[in-house]
Structure formats: C-alpha cells, structure tokens
Ligand binder design. Sequence first.
Ligand SMILES: [Mg+2]
Length: 276
Amino acid sequence: MGLGSCGGACPRPVSIVAVRYVWDFWPELRLRIRSTKNKLLIVDFDGTLAKIARTPQEVVLEKEAKEALTRLSQSPQYKLAVVSGRSLENLMSFFQIKNVIYAGNHGLELLGKNLSLPLKAKKAKKLEALVWLLGEKCREDFAGVPGVLIEDKNYTLSLHYRNISREHTLFFKQEVGRFRKQYAQWPLIWKKGKKVWEVRPKIKWDKGELALYLTKKFRGALPIVIGDDVTDEDMFKSLKHSAITIRVGHSNKSSADYYLKSSRDVRTFLGESCRL
Ligand SMILES: [Mg+2]
C-alpha cells in the first residue's frame, strides 16, 4: 500500500461520533432498555421535563409529563430521580409523586428512601453564609437593572438574566466579570447556563457526583440520564460509559451520546418508556 498524498505524515484520523437523535436509533435503544431488568432514570427538571419560561415561577409541568412520571414511579423496573438546580423545596412544589428521589441545588440536597448525602457533599453547608453574602452584594449591584433575577437557594445562587434588555446586557456581563474577579478567592464556582449564572460551593460534588452515587446505590440498574444544560454535562461525563445519556437540544459539544429535540420530545420518550 502506498503512503498517500501526504507522504506518510498525515495526521491520525480522529474518530468523531456524532450525537444521535434518539428516535433514529430507537429500535436498538428500545432493545437495550427492554433487555435490562432494572433501570435508573435520572432526569433534570427545567428545560428537560418542563419547558423553560420567562421566569422560574412561570414554569409548568405538563399533565402528560406528570402522568408518565407517575407511571414510571410505580413500575418495579424503574427507579426514578429528578435532579435540579432549584432548591429541594421549590422543586418538590411541582410534584406530588411518591417513590421518587428528588435532588435540589445541583445535588446538594437529596430526598429519597434510605439515601443520605456523603460527607463531602455536606461541606456545602459551611459555605452557606458566603453564598448569602454574595447574593446580597449582587442584589445591591443589580438593583437598578430590570430583568435580573437573583435567587438565593441557600446552598447555591442563581443570577437569571433572560429578561434583561439589550441596553443592560453589556453592564450585566461586565459586572459578572468584575464579581468573578473580585471574589475569585472565595471558594465558589461560577458556571454559565442558559441565560443564568449558577454560583455554587467549590466542593467536589455536583450533579455528576450525585449521579455516580445513585448508580452505586442502585448497582446493576441501567442508568438513563436526561438533561439540557451545562450542569447536566457533569452527569453525562461521569456516566459516559455506563449510561444512556440524552441531551435535550442538539449540540456537538455535548458529552451525551443521544439527543431529544425538546421537553415535548422528552415527554414522548417517557411515555414510550412506560410501555416497554
Ligand atoms: Mg435544565
């Protein structure tokens, strides 16, 4: 065989596996799900189970999603976990479904039978005062900026800017940059999500760690992970080789293997999962 046009110095071919649309691969996915007796379904809330709204308060969990989740929660084959950046209390106000694991504050709060967070996750409690103080400083700074919503959720802070006007966008961006610089020494992590900055304690615990913890608790179950945002990527990465990972919205930068197009598509997936 010859050396080809680059005389043997060609770069190694890079294996690029494109993220795949769930329904294009449904027969094989369906088979994989059906052939595993126990399943651990980990689902994010905003943008995944429910469509993103103008404000977090305006988000609605559609009846079909609630019904499918209820059916799955009653199936002996499924263990269901809903994980969110919302506080646990706020997250639970959307659900009245029993036999479900609920995790708030990106996994820093957990509610589920025989489950308790490990010590490393509980370290967040010590940083609560810092999160509060940063929230106060942000509130002061952005007081005159309409459309900025600051949510102090005790363990974490969310700076929503979905409704900010174009004229204030640059100021908001600059101020976030200034805050990050000024408080860089504080043990907090800033992460940019969909029109939101999430600030959380700098500890070795995130949604990815929580997902790993749950897989250890339910060893042998096939994990199916669905999420739409940057914090869900931590779950996709940590369960990359053991789970069916699904991102809501196509992105070539995602670590998920599959994607669904919208929260409506997620509802269809949940409905189909009930029938398996
Ligand atoms: Mg989300």
